[in-house]
Design a binder for this molecule. Structure first.
Ligand code: ADP
Length: 571
């Protein structure tokens, strides 16, 4: 784990070394200030040596100036180091996630991926530079300060160590508890946010079921736990700070008291005591830093663990070493005795399914909902891996094909079209990022959406909104058909909408689909009688198996499942 973390320092080693050197230098420089102050009070003032006095004061000012510059360098370049490491990790994890298969995405929440990529990496970046800085600064300051104090006076030096463990104990106990309290509050805020998001997004549902009171009750629950968490946090915060202030004040009293007693006994003088009190103020900061470090380190380690967890997920769909590519895929598909189940499903979803689809033909898949039609078509682009059996495209097993080639030769028009939150043009040219304006226009004409686009004030530059919210189902589907026209694949998979389209949209889509399917192998999960009838061949699926197959006329004649579906209008 540590090795993998250190890997991210490697490209930025120069910055890392700069950061630590600067941290070390500024700690060491700080230690000189009390030494010089003591010298001024102990020697130059009593002996009225004005020149060395002013020179020393000048040196002190110079040290403070240099410290300021060092502080700037550490603040700026230290954070730059963190930002750059965060950038590297973020692009690694995003690249990795893009390679993962549907099996992963089926089982993960978008919010979780988002927080890995934003919050977690931010925490890691902070730890990456603050943790080593904190160790160096606190270590050097505390060791240096005590070494100098003991060299001034062993007795008072040792006396000054006594409060240190107490402060560390208090800081670590309550400081960490306080941070935990903060984190708890943040979690509760997240709950509030998701509650508000849910009920605002679902406001139509809320109102149509007149469930406003239920929503208010749910909100009150999260709001109350937020209040409780915050009150608890402030209690710990009050304990932590009052205790810390008390200990800090007592630290001074302890050192001044013991120092006065030693002055009374003639073992030290007032200049020594001043130096000691200055050191006491130095020691406070490292205590705070140690608390910071422990807390950040815990969080950083947890965040990095989650990062590694994702990076360790092997993409389960990978090309074989000697995977081949075929040029000009014709689109012949052989599905041979395949068996399939999802990771999460206990039973087989597809059982011994075989289909032979000739290149350029249109076949319809029909059957009741849940029969396995969508699952079957998702196996052809290898979105999931088959358990047993084979799928061949142009007589080549898809496992032996480069998956990029395979997926490039398949176009999918889904029932629930996904549009990216950008312009109509970008959504269409997603099918071929190199398409020219003419090609985009031609594709939208063929998809029967051109006129509609031109009727919009901003035409192709119209923003479609999140998930294409500003467009109707039929318009979205035609945009996705235009997208597939640009992609120009040999194989076409079309999940026909079950309902919710007005008859005009339906007619537009139907004719666009007919145009699109010319010279392409087309598999339609069909719900409309006209589509089914026009198909060259029909497969009827039932509970994960091919129950019947044939042309429309053949299947009607057998008077079995298809006949029943047909007469009950149940496609
Ligand atoms: P159809 O397209 O014929 O309606 P599906 O292929 O969508 O049927 O679904 C077949 C079965 O697989 C159903 O029981 C469904 O619950 C299950 N299923 C579909 N997708 C997933 C998935 N991503 N993970 C787990 N089970 C799924």
């Amino acid at each position: 784990m540590l090795k993998r973390f250190l890997k991210y320092y490697k490209p930025h080693m120069n910055l890392f070394i700069l950061d630590l050197t600067v941290a070390a230098l500024s700690s060491v420089l700080s230690i000189f200030i009390p030494i010089l102050s003591r010298k001024v009070l102990k020697v130059y003032v009593p002996e009225q040596l004005m020149k060395p006095l002013f020179i020393t004061l000048g040196i002190m000012v110079a040290i403070i100036l240099v410290k300021m510059i060092l502080q700037y360098v550490r603040m700026y370049w230290g954070h730059i180091l963190g930002v750059r490491m965060e950038y590297d990790m973020r692009s690694d994890i995003f690249t990795h996630i893009q390679k993962l298969s549907f099996t992963y995405f089926d089982n993960v929440k978008t919010g979780h991926i988002m927080s890995r990529i934003s919050n977690d990496l931010n925490t890691i970046a902070e730890v990456a530079h603050h943790a080593p800085e904190d160790i160096i600064i606190s270590g050097l300051t505390v060791i240096g300060a005590y070494a100098v104090m003991i060299s001034f006076n062993v007795k008072l030096g040792l006396i000054a160590i006594v409060p240190l463990p107490l402060m560390l104990f208090w800081g670590l106990t309550y400081g960490l508890k306080m941070r935990e309290g903060f984190r708890n509050v943040r979690k509760r805020i997240a709950d509030i946010n998701s509650n508000v998001e849910n009920s605002v997004q679902g406001i139509r549902e809320v109102k149509s079921y007149t469930n406003e009171n239920l929503e208010i009750e749910k909100f009150n629950d999260v709001n109350t736990s937020f209040k409780v968490a915050k009150e608890k946090m402030y209690k710990i915060m009050a304990t932590f700070f009052s205790g810390m202030f008390f200990l800090t004040d007592m630290f001074y009293v302890w050192v001044i008291g013991s120092g006065s007693w030693l002055i009374y006994k003639g073992e030290i003088d007032i200049a020594d005591l001043l130096a000691f009190t200055l050191y006491v103020s130095f020691i406070m900061k490292p205590v705070q830093r140690v608390v910071n470090f422990v807390e950040q380190f815990q969080q950083g380690a947890a965040s990095f663990e989650r990062f590694v967890e994702i990076m360790d997920i092997e993409p389960d769909i990978k090309d074989k070493k000697n995977a081949v590519s075929i040029k000009n895929v014709k689109g012949e598909i052989d599905i041979e005795n395949i068996w399939f189940k999802y990771n999460s499903s206990p039973d087989w979803i597809l059982r011994d399914v075989s289909m032979k689809i000739e290149a350029g033909k249109t076949i319809a898949l029909v059957g009741e909902s849940g029969a396995g039609k969508s699952t079957l078509v998702s196996l052809i682009p290898r979105f999931y891996e088959i358990a047993k059996g084979k799928i061949k495209v142009d007589s080549t097993d898809i496992l032996d094909l480069k998956h990029k080639i395979l997926r490039e030769s398949i176009g999918i028009v889904q029932q629930n079209v996904f549009l990216f939150d950008t312009t109509i043009r970008d959504n269409i040219s997603y099918g071929n990022p190199y398409a020219t304006e003419e090609q985009i226009i031609e594709a939208s004409q063929k998809a029967n959406i051109y006129k509609f686009i031109m009727s919009l004030p901003e035409g192709f530059d119209t923003q479609v909104g999140e998930r294409g919210i500003k467009l109707s189902g039929g318009q979205k589907q035609r945009i996705s058909i235009a997208r597939v026209f640009l992609k120009n694949p040999s194989i076409l998979i079309f999940d026909e909408a079950t309902s919710s389209l007005d008859s005009e949209s339906e007619a537009y889509i139907q004719s666009a689909m007919e145009e699109l399917s010319i010279n392409r192998t087309t598999i339609i999960i069909a719900h409309r009688l006209s589509t089914v009838k026009n198909a060259d061949y029909i497969f009827v699926m039932e509970q994960g198996q091919v129950a019947e197959q044939g042309t429309h006329d053949e299947l009607i004649q057998t008077e079995k499942i298809y006949y029943n579906l047909y007469t009950k209008n149940m496609f």
